[in-house]
Design a protein around this ligand. Structure first.
Ligand code: HEM
Length: 364
């Protein structure tokens, strides 16, 4: 690195390329001779989103590179978890940004909306890349007029998305990592069998409580029992690979690993893996909240009008918010948690490996 004296002094506007950044707002309404005041807000808001999307992809890049190292270097687990926390915080901010855009009224939006056709949020390549890199299956996306969404991406953008789709997504990397969870068995102890029995007892207790609840109507009781049966069916599927493929996105081994981390999260060695899983769930939830928030904003701006990208608008986006989840299986695991007091006790051989080394030595 050159000596400070030899280096050109860093100048704030140059460092941030503000000449380019601040010259990049060119309202269509101005270009077409019908200036609409609020189009600037519309452009700046979208550009701010795209900058944050860029940061999310930057974080995801390092997270995925860390996960790609086999076996995972445990020293990288903290920065993976920190990177995910950063993504979570960014999504929280992105939800709030809707408030600013909503200071624009539907009538103000109509002043320039038609100039934007056929451009649409559908064409946000970075948004699609984020979904794809996390591992959102394309089939979850609602159809538009019975067909998969046509994104109308440029050739270069289409290729970039295809490249992202060809890479191993974070969901698969996570699956792989969870499947390699040690500690699941030792002499005379198998976590899956011990936990299976404990969950069955717990769900049988839930069933008895529903049957004994005199406040429920017959219809409510049947509905609750049907929900419990569905949960049981999914739980049993973890132990039958064929059935699991239909009912879980994650592999049975990964589900087992995730359950172990969640239920034994108080053990020192499980605390960071637990934080990581918890943050993934929080990101999924934040993205869903953003989808709902965006859908509500679209309803307020457009009513029942269709989108500039050709979808039904609000209905398409609301359906997407309900269906498009990043880690639905992790969220489902809550159905199979049991109180700490009823957890199968870990054999000493496993429990002793769960603490930090100096504790084990001290206790010995
Ligand atoms: C006045 C404000 C907005 C309106 C009326 C609006 C409207 C819409 C509509 C109707 C769609 C469905 C596709 C279509 O038919 O065009 C859509 C999709 C989308 N919009 Fe917006 N939008 C607004 C603001 C934003 C902002 C600020 C962002 C931030 C980047 C954004 C990102 C997206 C994305 C990523 C999609 C694709 C969603 C998916 O397919 O799951 N929108 N928008």
């Amino acid at each position: 690195m050159p000596e400070p004296a030899a280096r050109k002094p860093c100048y704030y506007p140059d460092y941030l390329r503000l000449d380019r950044l601040l010259a990049a707002q060119e309202p269509e309404s101005h270009r077409l001779g019908q200036p609409a005041h609020d189009e600037m807000l519309f452009i700046v808001t979208h550009q701010a989103y795209e900058l944050w999307f860029k940061q999310i992809l930057h974080e995801l890049g390092r997270i995925q590179r860390d996960f790609a190292v086999r076996p995972l270097d445990d020293r990288h687990l903290l920065r993976i978890a920190s990177g995910l926390s950063r993504i979570q915080e960014i999504w929280k901010l992105l939800i709030q940004q809707v408030d600013v855009l909503e200071t624009m009224t539907p009538l103000d939006f109509l002043d320039f909306r038609d100039f934007l056709v056929p451009a649409s949020g559908f064409q946000s390549l970075q948004f699609r890349e984020i979904e794809t890199r996390f591992g959102m299956p394309a089939k979850e996306r609602p159809l538009v007029a019975g067909k998969p969404v046509g994104l109308r991406l440029s050739e270069a953008d289409g290729q970039r998305l295809e490249t992202a789709a060809g890479d191993i997504p974070l969901s698969a990397q996570l699956d792989d990592w969870l499947s390699r969870m040690p500690f699941l068995a030792s002499d005379g102890f198998t976590f899956r069998e011990a936990y299976r029995a404990a969950v069955q007892t717990s769900l049988a207790g839930d069933r008895a409580a529903i049957l004994a609840n005199a406040d429920l109507t017959a219809e409510q009781r049947n509905r609750e029992l049907a929900g419990l049966d569905r949960a049981l069916e999914r739980f049993h599927a973890i132990f039958q690979p064929e059935a699991a493929r239909e009912l879980w996105r994650m592999s049975p081994k990964a589900v087992e690993g995730a359950l172990f981390i969640i239920v034994y999260r108080d053990e020192p060695l499980m605390q960071l893996p637990y934080r990581l899983l918890e943050t993934l769930v929080a990101i999924d939830e934040a993205l869903t909240l953003w989808r709902y928030r965006h859908a509500l904003m679209v309803k307020r701006m457009l009513g029942v009008k269709t989108g500039t990208g050709g979808s039904s608008g609000h209905d398409y986006l609301r359906e997407g918010a309900e269906r498009m989840k990043l880690f639905p299986d992790l969220i489902q695991l809550a159905s199979y948690l049991i109180p700490r007091s009823r957890l199968p006790a870990l054999p000493v051989e496993i429990a002793s490996k769960m603490g930090f080394a100096y504790q084990a030595t001290r206790g010995a």
